[in-house]
Design a protein around this ligand. Structure first.
Ligand code: PMT
Length: 400
């Protein structure tokens, strides 16, 4: 049994796809899970609590207070009990309330108290699904660490055809089994992460560089490795050490060396995250001997480095490509241009106008822009937490 001893909370909200939940519960129980169902009041119209309590072997809960027995259902105890909480089907209304921290029913109060991973299966008619408000709510929930099981396309209860169907119970139970057995969908996948600055030699003594410390990229490499990914970290000159022993680190100096290293590993990788601050230009000619001071002014002719991300954007096949954008003005506009021009799946924007963001700090403040979703802005956090957010985002992109 693949779910032996696992405690799973299933939240059922008021959508027609609730008719699939009895089969899901039966599948989970057969695999050895303990299942507790919480329904919103409207869900009762779509599937009976009697059916769900019979299959789960536990009373189905909806209200804070059990008036008959004079007791109450503690949302905190329920939340702490669970190893995983799945909300399926998750209506537009429940997703909106989750995103805004509302707790006007037992299910939402349990969600707000949950310490375990929460998974949602957004399910609704295609126009509600496509609405910008719904898309923003889903994007913000994903950004806060909620895992999203994407809706499927097909025939909908309204008679329309499009995106909005809840996946079949077998797909949901497989997802849960996969979650407990592999934890992260990224486990076993191969990633390249770049970090730090590049130094472009002027002569053997001097170089053109930048202020990147390497902290951001190295935190991302650690976060990926913690989730079981194979990580090749290609780091420019940086004194920051990675923490995860499974990481393979290649230290390089110049943009050209970084390009070479990325190219070497790209074909067999599943994704590339470029957090490095790569020099756009290098001296046309690097002198082999120290340049002697003679004149009062001195000119260095520069030539453009290859844009590594753009090159990988041309070569990419299965790979997920996530770039960074470091901006000082018109940040979203410039980041979106880079997203499309370099053929990326997502771009992480950090702006030097935001206090505590960018070079050197232990903190960062990011907005992630992707092709699929509206931009998601995160609060200022430690770079370790920011790395977790980026990797969770990558995880969600990997599912779709
Ligand atoms: O290292 P820290 O001190 O922790 O600071 C982190 C950081 C500020 C360096 C990091 O968060 C960041 O923003 N990295 C990208 C900086 C940058 O070069 O941005 P850009 O907008 O110039 O480049 C856009 C993207 O293209 C980046 O992903 C960059 O890696 C990539 N690029 C740029 C030039 C080039 N020749 N090749 C590239 O691949």
């Amino acid at each position: 049994m693949k779910l032996s001893g696992k405690k799973i909370l299933i939240g059922v909200t008021g959508g027609i796809a609730a008719y699939k939940i009895p089969i899901l519960i039966r599948n989970l129980i057969k695999e050895g899970a303990e299942v507790q169902v919480i329904m919103t009041p409207d869900a009762h119209g779509f599937v009976t609590p009697l059916t769900l309590s019979t299959l789960s072997g536990r009373p189905v809960l909806t209200d804070f207070f059990d008036k008959k027995n004079g007791t109450w259902n503690s949302h905190v105890d329920l939340a702490l009990w669970a190893d995983l909480m799945l909300i399926a089907p998750a209506t537009a209304n429940t997703l909106a309330k989750m995103n805004h921290g509302m707790a006007d029913n037992l299910l939402l109060a349990v969600y707000l108290s949950a310490r375990c991973r929460v998974v949602v299966a957004p399910t609704m008619d295609l126009d509600m699904m496509a609405h910008v408000a719904t898309q923003q709510n889903i994007a913000q929930l994903a950004a806060s660490g909620v895992l999203i099981i994407p809706a499927e396309k097909g025939f909908l209860a309204s008679g329309l055809t499009g995106e909005g169907r809840m996946p079949e119970p077998e797909t949901l139970s497989e997802y849960i089994i996969h979650y407990f057995n592999h934890k992260s969908i990224l486990a076993g996948t191969s990633w390249i992460v770049t970090a730090g600055p590049t130094f472009e030699a002027i002569d053997p003594i001097r170089y053109i560089g930048n202020h990147s410390s390497g902290k951001m990229g190295i935190a991302i490499a650690d976060a990926l490795a913690i989730r079981g990914a194979h990580v090749t970290l290609i780091a420019g000159p940086s004194s920051v050490l990675h923490k995860q022993p499974t990481i393979r680190r290649e230290d390089i100096t110049s943009a050209e060396e970084m390009l070479e290293a990325v190219e070497k590993h790209f074909a067999e990788s599943d994704g590339l995250i470029m957090a490095a601050a790569v020099a756009d230009y290098k001296p046309l000619q690097a002198h082999t001997k120290k340049i002697k001071k003679s004149e009062t002014t001195f000119t260095i002719k520069l030539t453009a480095n290859t844009d590594i991300l753009a090159r990988m954007g041309q070569l990419k096949q299965k790979q997920l490509l996530i770039g960074f954008a470091l901006e000082t003005h018109d940040a979203i506009k410039h980041a979106e241009e880079k997203l499309h021009k370099k053929n990326l799946d997502a771009i992480v924007l950090n702006s030097l106008q935001d206090a505590g963001a960018g070079f050197g700090y232990d903190t960062n403040q990011i907005t992630i822009i992707s092709k699929q979703q509206s931009p998601v802005t995160f609060p200022l956090k430690s770079k370790t937490e920011v790395a977790e957010d980026i990797v969770s985002f990558a995880e969600n992109l990997f599912h779709t």
